[in-house]
Design a protein around this ligand. Structure first.
Ligand code: HEC
Length: 288
């Protein structure tokens, strides 16, 4: 009987906590709040990056209805289009129930950029969201052997400008990449030219790997170019692992370590044999 009452109370509690759906309470004033900046492709792109970090797991890709939480609205669906930007901003800032608030996690400006991203799905939006999704950046690099100059051009398969992007130039080393210049900003054509230094060691043939990439940016993501060229100084490598050294292993270990090692192994083996032999003698004495 007691059990029945307990489970009845438990069921009641469960039903009441799930059955009552909380409602957003948003005042007219909040709904009419306007974003500090006009919506633009650039801001929506920044918002997209944040959305993919913090929201996509629950809400899914807008329009795809593929979020993990069924109760989390697809923000690119017509179910959401009638909200104002002030409303979206409030919901992202404050959160409700399973929807976390992001006031601490993102700055004001970042939250507005997320709003811009969401709202670019609205059919009335002036931002072409399809172009945001499909931009592919590419780095074309010309390596001029005559004067060892590197001419790098960023191209994008859409109208997004690629001037003013920082490009970085490296040579690959054993542990990480060695920058050969400070980052250089692309001109109006999206191009930069840098001179390769004359004193960078390559291998025995002067070969080294050149790496050109964007400085990691919210807007442009990353793209990379790598190529081997013989622009380095010729360097004979001494393979320290092929010599008998302190850090050598196996047959390349120093003689004295090998000596000590076998000394210990033989010593321990002899000791064990000695003990066994003594036990054997003991047994013999007892049997007499
Ligand atoms: C832990 C899962 C989770 C995460 C992460 C999350 N949300 Fe939500 N979100 C929800 C749920 C669940 C709801 C529905 C709340 C309700 O109405 O009960 C919701 C509701 C919303 C709403 C209101 C939808 C409506 O129908 O009114 C907006 C807008 C929203 N989320 C935006 C975001 C944004 C932007 C992010 C990332 C910055 C985000 N959410 C991250 C779970 C999540």
């Amino acid at each position: 009987m007691k059990n029945i009452i307990t489970s009845a109370i438990f069921t009641l509690l469960l039903v009441s906590s799930f059955g009552v759906k909380a409602q957003w309470e948003i005042s007219e004033e909040v709904k009419n709040k306007k974003a500090p900046n006009e919506i633009s492709q650039e801001l929506a792109l920044k918002g997209k990056k944040l959305y993919n970090q913090a929201c996509v797991s629950c809400h899914g890709t807008p329009t795809q209805a593929d979020g993990l939480l069924p109760t989390a609205t697809d923000l690119g669906s017509d179910k959401y289009f009638d909200r104002t930007e002030g409303e979206a901003y409030f919901q992202i800032t404050e959160g409700m129930a399973a929807m976390p608030g992001f006031a601490d996690k993102f700055s004001d400006e970042e939250r507005w950029n997320i709003v811009h991203f969401i709202r670019s799905y609205n059919p009335e939006s002036t931002v072409d969201i399809s172009s945001i999704k499909t931009i592919n950046y590419k780095i074309d690099v010309k390596l001029n052997d005559s004067d060892k100059s590197i001419v790098a051009t960023i191209s994008a398969d859409s109208s997004v400008t690629v001037s003013g992007v920082k490009m970085e130039f490296f040579v690959k080393r054993y542990f990480g990449n060695l920058p050969i210049t400070a980052p250089v900003v692309t001109n109006e054509e999206g191009t930069v030219t840098v001179a390769f230094p004359n004193d960078i060691p390559g291998d025995a043939h002067g070969d080294l790997e050149i790496i050109v990439k964007f400085e990691n940016s919210d807007l442009h993501g990353t793209a990379e170019f790598r190529k081997n060229v013989a622009w380095g100084t010729h360097t004979e490598y001494v393979d320290i692992l092929s010599q008998r050294t302190m850090w050598g292993v196996g047959s390349k270990a120093p003689w004295w370590i090998i000596g000590i090692y076998f000394g210990i192994v033989i010593g321990v083996t002899l000791t064990i044999l000695y003990v066994v032999f003594q036990l054997f003698l003991l047994k013999k004495v007892r049997n007499k």
